[in-house]
Design a protein around this ligand. Sequence first.
Ligand SMILES: *Cc1c(COP(=O)(O)O)cnc(C)c1O
Length: 374
Amino acid sequence: MISFQPPEVLLLGPGPSPVARRVLEAMARPTIGHLDPRFVGMMDELKELLRFAFQTRNMMTVPISAPGSAGMEAAFVNLIEPGDKVVICQNGVFGGRMRENVMRIGATPIMVNDAFGTPIDLDKTEAAIKANPGIKALAFVHAETSTGVESDAASLCRLAAGHGALSIVDAVTSLAGIPLHVDAWGADAVYSGSQKCLGAPPGLAPLTFNDKAMAALKARRTPVQSWFLDLGLVMGYWQGSGARAYHHTAPINMLYALHEALVMLKEEGLEAAFARHRLNHLRLRDGLESIGLELLVAEKSRLPQLNAVKVPEGVDEAVVRKRLLDEFAIEIGAGLGELAGRIWRIGLMGSGSNPHSVDRVVEALAVCLQRKAA
Ligand SMILES: *Cc1c(COP(=O)(O)O)cnc(C)c1O
């Protein structure tokens, strides 16, 4: 056996996104003890940087030591108890996973379904809330990575609050890619992932709970069913001045990576990062249109960081993706669920969102499809 040497691949799929050299170098720094006071100092900075990215003052803002899916699970297991009712909006694959989480807790999901490729319908959601008085939470995906659709998170959070329900927001793909105002929108529980628009490697799930969510956690009648994700225990490690209680050994070098990625985001500025994602999306749209390709999603709901592209009639999408990877060292994503075989997903996330990436993928697609730019 010899050391593994991964190839250089331009990651333009639904995540992981390209990891900047600076972030990789941060990961290669010496591993120190996870209770070393200097490491604890870095953890405090990391929480402050996450508050900046989430645009919140929430004390309870930490990276969970696991991927985005664990951020989702942490939000549900801490807030939902057996017997609770939860309205879940589903307009893609990830809403289906929310349903799984709620069912495994022994709570009742009330589904509001919208077609894949369209945003969540506010009127239908309101009708479902009104038809089911006493729901505990309204859960939805802000940026549906499976379809490339943005939903109106501000209005959905307002709707939940207006009916005395908590809002649980999946911001895995939205954080650092499009505006996300946790405090201004009154979003109660929000989780994300490190490997999408933040541009760190996968393996961490930033999570934030406001006072309302913390009060719901304190008021539980039953213990949180997951020991590892129980925020009461996790906070013993992530909070407090001085000594912190051992809960689990933090993924130390991964946290260096997230810290560095957030320092880079702070240097760039949130608004500048959003504008960059937007601009490169428009460049991609124009490039795709010039070779006769169309986007799936209506213009007003398109995510700049995840572009769902219709596969032309008679083209085998998997063959094209394989050629992109083998001949051009570019990875793009396939369609999921009911969109399998019908779309490609081109992610322009984090440091992948730049003009050079856009031009490379458009040129490579033109070659694979034997099309010339109009
Ligand atoms: C990627 C993603 C997840 C899951 O994150 P993992 O890090 O793959 O576990 C959840 N929700 C959305 C919207 C995502 O895009």
